[in-house]
Design a protein around this ligand. Sequence first.
Ligand SMILES: Nc1nc2c(ncn2[C@@H]2O[C@H](COP(=O)(O)OP(=O)(O)OP(=O)(O)O)[C@@H](O)[C@H]2O)c(=O)[nH]1
Ligand SMILES: [Mg+2]
Length: 454
Amino acid sequence: MANRPASKRRTNSTRHPGAHDTVKGRAGRILVKGNKDATYETSPEQETAVLVAVPDKRQDDALTTEYLDELAFLTETAGTVPTKRFIQKLEKPDLRTFVGSGKLEEIRAYVQHHDTSVVIFDDDLSPSQLRNLEAELKVKILDRTLLILDIFASRAKTATSRTQVELAQYQYLLPRLTGLWSHLDKQRGGVGMRGPGEREIETDRRVVRDRISLLKEQLQEFDKQSQVQRKARAGTLRVALVGYTNVGKSTLMNLLSRADVFAENKLFATLDSTVRKVVLDNVPFLLSDTVGFIRKLPTRLIESFKSTLDEIREADLLLHVVDISHPMFEEHIQVVNDTLKDIGAAEKPTILVFNKIDQYQTDVDPAAHLHGVEPDHAEDLHHADDVQQRPTLEQLQASYMARLHDPVIFISAQERQNVDELRSMISRRLRVLYEQQYPGHPPFPDLSAYSAAE
Ligand SMILES: Nc1nc2c(ncn2[C@@H]2O[C@H](COP(=O)(O)OP(=O)(O)OP(=O)(O)O)[C@@H](O)[C@H]2O)c(=O)[nH]1
Ligand SMILES: [Mg+2]
């Protein structure tokens, strides 16, 4: 976790002393509140974002910081620099403007005096909230789903994933076709403006509905093709890498299959599933890398990735990869398990792979994850006394092994620690699964017919 904030920054366009502090010294590091201009230097073309969270009154401050930190990471992945965060604890978000009128005034004052391209909310906004906020703040407003969709749009490479993302974007936009952003300069583009958003915003709903039907038909067509491919793979064991975004799934895919899959310290580096043939200890199987999960991913968005998720649904064994160095790893496990349940893949044989043990630290300073973004009040600042003690790796290993039915392994894909143990754990498990599924069959038929499987 410690190197996350710095390594993903675009150093060519952004100077960010705070981020370097985050990496170097944890204890005693305090983020300085004050003049933004003294702390940040961004190039004129670089978009800047103000982040807003409205946590429930009872939500722990450290958790709020973590959630905002993830939003900052998403924002940066979309190519925008977060410069300020606002938090308002509320029993319930305001129906009209999501934040209360006092906080809205604070945000407006900030936006007026600091160059701000976009205000991003960590929750989904209703169509009318989006409209009201845009009218009040006079800048582009994004909510969490729009931001994620924007990242997906910029990452989609294949015809299938592009169609899937476009479908999700149109489905999101349909109830919102009410002149949103109409007074903004549409030529400027930037975050949230990729895809159909601004181009179609004023067109008739019927046109959008037609487009949605067409995209669905196209996806069905893609689905038929992949069903044919999948049939050709019948009789071959299938293993899928699943997990929260940025945990190291693609890195592990590369390691296990010696494939060259795009791995990067950004969220949603992988949007298309990649399938490779792998042989471990004479056990052949097909390994697929899949799109990462994230909290609050709308169910409809997940559904539009149906064919990608079929790889998971049809797998015989899941490798659930966890970034143990992340302070929120336990919540991440829960999000992944809930998402697996949503897509009907909860009961599959699973190996829980705790990755990034090289980066695991027993003391966690919540302030180290602020991404150097200036918070709006002291609540968001955690000082050295807040440093939390985490169990040692050995303690974690012992407790997870005792608690869970599934096999558990602790590795570092990057440092190649315990990877051989993982390999033999996979092959042992697959042998058992093969015997259960194909009793009486000679073990592990010739796979040459499937070598082109992709
Ligand atoms: N320190 C450390 N970093 C790792 C390890 N494994 C992967 N990483 C890094 O973590 C980042 C994310 O890795 P990816 O393999 O792209 O993760 P992913 O789960 O495929 O991510 P998405 O496709 O975005 O969901 C990259 O910067 C990797 O180099 C590890 O064992 N230790
Ligand atoms: Mg990946």
